[in-house]
Design a protein around this ligand. Structure first.
Ligand code: ADP
Length: 803
């Protein structure tokens, strides 16, 4: 109600005799001191009638502060008994109908009773004349106190307190300590209660002391404020300034009762933590970070680090687990529905699930699916998750070289992240997902560190209930996670992992199996993914077969599925445009072999067929790669030279040694052959001489030639011992100048004496041979057991020779 300050410079009215009864003007936010002129806005409900009444008479009113401005209670109890009698000097009506008055306080007065409350309050008042100063205070002392107060007032004005110079002038002119105190108090913008307490001090010296004390406190505030703003201008950089502004803003918000954003945010963190069943030590860590967040500068790097880490910490599933829902019959059904064939694999998965259903907390081995890409490892993992009613996540370990990728980085820099295990759990949304660790065979170590130790800890049931991620800084319980690993090859898997795993091999599919899978799974899946129905597109068996044989060369189904998707996409364009490619109205499309060739373009594997004619020095081997089995051509030539061996085609260490062994064997072999076995152009006069003398062959041949062995498709690294027999065959073919039958493919490690040692991946190799149209296959006889395990269709389709 009261506005700024007050002006005591107006001439002091001669005090008229005060009537016993006065209209009472209740004040809500300030008191009016004697001799001070103050503008007030008038409460439209409770003040207007009182003002009108006063103006109609001697203009005098009793100004009394309300005890509780929030409550609209019209009684004596609501008003402070000590107030000020004042005179209304002027009335101002505002355009919006509100009323303002200028009043001058005259004298302290006491309201003793109310004679009416409506339409305005009216009460009996008793005038309280100024009391003489406390006699125990000497005039000198009093003078000093007065001067002090004036000086402090001046200092406050100097520091920017909004008090006009006029008032300063009046203050200098007033000698009466009581009046001076009143003047200063009315300019200090005191709150209602404090101002009322000053008004009630009728003894002038006490009042002067109290006001001086209030003024000093005001000075302290002013000085601090001054310091802050001076710093803000001179030296504080933008962000700190902003910090101060924000602090002020926060204070203002709090004052206004607005929600404090930070505390809301913090409450949010706590609530999520509670909902997710965060364990005690993690809660402790969270609280520690919250305390640091509260203390730190809102725009600093530290805050964003803390926020990021609190987000991670609270966003993890902690105690959230899905309920296992395992019914073996249903599990079997799901596995059968989603996967064609794979009888053995499904059987082992069912056994695995049966054990889990009998002993849910089993610490049994971890399943590891080993096989080329696209044979269904991931999709089996998904099915396991579905049979258990658990969530599913995948993490590829291929190329992970750094421990921090598994265990996370310490949170010391912006952009640090938890390790991939913790990220996977966040993605899963529960603490017991099926967690697939892909390519565990490609987990490697280098100078950046060895991630295997961390990975072993993840997989070790003895340790993984308190897995420590560097970023989180607290232990996470991984013991409920169901880990499943996958690998393309068995050999590179580290023995420590193998110890903990149950290996389930998936080697690849025959063409017939692929066609069946395509019909039942891939085609419906891709049709749906591309928004098509069986009315829009059907594949004939011939069409699918064409795609498999002409456009893919793989053990699994990835490429096949991709090509089917390509056909579906093309069809989707036509369906969306409602007309066929040739502009004719839409009819269901039958993809037969011809149509497939038209849609997919030239066959991708035709080139190799072209290469595969009978040739001298070119033999066909069978390799076992991460992608399954594959055909591998080996070329050999002899060129004039000095007996060196050149190897090209990115051969690995093992294969180079294999080549050397093969060469040594062939040299020995050549030396034992009758000379006419060797190609005539390789024979020399020396050999002829040797022949005349009854010797055969001539090692000299190799001394005068370099041997060059090359494996085409030079961009692909190749390794492994099983090319030995193929290299030897290519060399013998050159020496004898006789071509190798292109429809024979072989595999086997060779010793210096020409023994053939067994190899791995026989089924993959047989599948690849069959897919490439090979008729005859030469395999080590020591692989007899693997041979028996080959699918019957394969054994029948290939003429297999054991060596
Ligand atoms: P991987 O994880 O071994 O590389 P995926 O699981 O990704 O292979 O399989 C590739 C595609 O082939 C997926 O669409 C998958 O559903 C399908 N697939 C693989 N094997 C089978 C199978 N036996 N029955 C049905 N679909 C299969």
């Amino acid at each position: 109600m009261a506005e700024k300050g007050g002006d005591a410079s107006a001439p002091v009215l001669e005090l008229p005799a005060l009537p016993d009864v006065l209209p009472v003007l209740p004040l809500s936010d300030a008191v009016v001191f004697p001799f001070v002129i103050v503008p007030l806005s008038v409460d439209p409900e409770r003040g207007v009638a009182a003002v009108e009444k006063a103006l109609a008479g001697d203009r005098l009113v009793m100004l009394a502060a309300r005890r509780n401005p929030q409550v609209d209670e019209r009684s004596l109890d609501d008003l402070e008994p000590i107030g000020t009698a004042g005179s209304i000097m002027r009335l101002l009506k505002m355009p919006d109908g509100r009323m303002r008055i200028l009043v001058q306080g005259l004298v302290r007065a006491e309201l003793t009773s109310l004679s009416q409350v409506d339409p305005f309050a009216r009460g009996r008042v008793r005038r309280l004349d100024p009391t003489p100063p406390d006699p125990s205070v000497s005039p000198l002392e009093l003078e000093a106190m007065v001067r002090n107060l004036r000086d402090n007032l001046e200092a406050a004005v100097g520091l920017g307190k909004g008090i006009s110079n006029d008032i300063l002038g009046v203050a200098v002119a007033i000698d009466d300590p009581g009046r001076l105190a009143d003047l200063v108090a009315s300019n200090l913008e005191l709150d209602l209660k404090t101002a009322q307490s000053v008004l009630e001090l009728t003894e002038p010296v006490a009042r002067l002391r109290r006001v001086d004390e209030l003024l000093r406190r005001e000075l302290d505030v002013l000085r601090t404020q001054h310091l802050i703003s001076a710093q803000a201008q001179d030296e504080i950089d933008g962000s700190q300034r902003e910090y101060f502004l924000r602090q002020q803003l926060r204070a203002i918000r709090r004052e206004l009762g607005d929600e404090d954003e930070l505390s809301e945010e913090i409450e949010g963190y706590r609530q999520t933590a509670r909902e997710r069943g965060m364990p005690d030590d993690a809660v402790e860590e969270m609280e520690k970070q919250i305390r640091r967040l509260e203390r730190s500068h809102p725009e600093s790097g530290e805050t964003s680090i803390l926020r990021a880490s609190l987000d991670w910490l609270t966003d993890l599933p902690w105690g959230l687990c899905s309920e296992d829902d395992l019914d073996l019959a249903r599990a079997r059904r799901i596995l059968d529905e989603e996967h064609h064939g794979l009888k053995q694999v499904k059987k082992r998965i069912t056994e695995f699930l049966a054990v889990r259903s009998l002993k849910p907390d089993t610490r049994g081995p971890i399943l590891c699916f080993v096989g080329p890409p696209g044979v269904g490892k991931t999709s089996l993992g998904r099915s396991i998750a579905r049979t258990l009613g658990r969530n599913f996540v995948r993490l590829s370990l291929g190329g992970v070289r750094d421990e921090a990728e598994i265990r996370g980085h310490r949170r010391t820099y912006v952009g640090a992240l938890p390790g991939r295990i913790v990220q996977g759990l966040q993605q899963a949304g529960t603490s017991n997902p099926v967690f697939m660790l892909d390519e565990i065979d490609k987990l490697g170590a280098d100078h950046r560190g060895d991630p295997s130790a961390a990975m072993l800890e993840v997989l070790d049931p003895e340790q993984n209930s308190s897995f420590r991620d560097h970023y989180l800084g607290v232990a996470y319980d991984l013991s409920k996670v169901l880990f499943i690993a996958t690998a393309n090859l068995l050999d590179p898997i580290q023995p420590a992992f193998l110890d903990r795993m149950e290996i389930i091999g998936l080697s690849g599919y025959t063409v017939e199996e692929k066609l069946a899978i395509a019909r039942r799974h891939l085609v419906p899946k891709q049709r749906e993914a591309n928004g098509l129905s069986a009315d829009d597109l059907i594949f004939t068996d011939g069409g699918l077969r064409k795609i498999v044989t002409g456009y893919t060369r793989e053990a699994g189904l990835r490429g096949f599925e991709r090509e089917i998707a390509a056909v579906c996409r093309q069809r989707a364009v036509a369906v969306a445009e409602r007309r066929d490619d040739d502009g004719s109205p839409l009819r269901p499309l039958r993809v037969d072999a011809r149509r497939a060739a038209r849609v997919l373009g030239p066959e991708k594997h035709a080139l190799e067929e072209l290469l595969a004619t009978h040739r001298v020095g070119v033999a066909t081997g069978l390799a076992w790669t991460a992608a399954g089995g594959d055909l591998m051509r080996i070329e050999a030539v002899l060129v004039p030279g000095r007996g060196r061996l050149r190897l090209t085609g990115r051969l690995g260490e093992v294969m180079r040694e294999s080549a050397q062994a093969a060469l040594s064997f062939v040299r020995g072999w050549a030396a034992r052959q009758p000379a006419d076995v060797l190609a005539p152009e390789l024979r020399t006069s020396a050999e002829d001489a040797a022949q005349r003398e009854g010797r055969v062959g001539d090692d000299d041949l190799f001394a005068r030639h370099d041997v060059h062995i090359h494996a085409p498709a030079g961009a692909i690294p190749k390794d492994g011992p099983s090319a030995g027999i193929t290299i030897a065959t290519a060399l013998v073919s050159v020496l004898c100048n006789r071509p190798v039958d292109r429809e024979v493919a072989m595999t086997g490690e060779i010793t210096l004496r020409g023994d053939i040692l067994p190899i791995g991946g026989l089924k993959e190799k047989a599948l690849a041979a069959r897919a490439a149209g090979i008729r005859t296959m030469i395999v080590p006889k020591l692989n007899a057991r693997d041979l028996e395990e080959l699918p019957r269709t394969l054994r029948r389709a290939l003429d297999i020779h054991r060596l």
